[in-house]
Design a protein around this ligand. Structure first.
Ligand SMILES: [Zn+2]
Length: 126
């Protein structure tokens, strides 16, 4: 038997494998667990990736609507939606002393105004 065949280990539990050279697992138990683990890993990371992408996109949209020279800007819900803004994704909520809620995507945020308008703000450097 070639040397590498003796050092093959089960991909799931790490036990040394005996027998066929193309074997990757001890048995079906290890194979199933390994496959489930990979599936879980894959779906988790793409889930996280999608949310991160949506958050970054939201931030970019807010940034594009707020000129550098201005402290705030206003945008309609329609405009935000047309740009692909996803309201369900945010990083945190900032509540002011008088109870106003600002919804943030990183350092850019918005305050819902009347009639589906939003005030866009930039977090001030501390
Ligand atoms: Zn195993």
């Amino acid at each position: 038997m070639p040397a590498f065949a003796e050092t093959r280990a089960c991909l799931y539990c790490g036990k040394t494998l005996k027998g066929r050279i193309d074997k990757k697992f001890c048995d079906d138990y290890c194979r199933n667990n390994y496959n489930n683990q990979q599936k879980a890993k894959g779906s988790h990371s793409s889930y996280v990736r999608n949310i991160n992408n949506a958050l970054l996109k939201n931030r970019k949209i807010l940034e594009s609507l707020l000129p550098d020279a201005e402290e705030t800007a206003k945008a309609s819900k329609e405009k935000l939606m047309n740009l692909g803004f996803q309201f369900k994704h945010l990083t945190h909520i900032y509540t002011t002393r008088n109870g106003k809620k600002y919804f943030f995507c990183y350092d850019y945020g918005y305050l819902p105004l009347d009639n589906d308008w939003f005030l866009i703000v930039r977090k001030k450097e501390e």
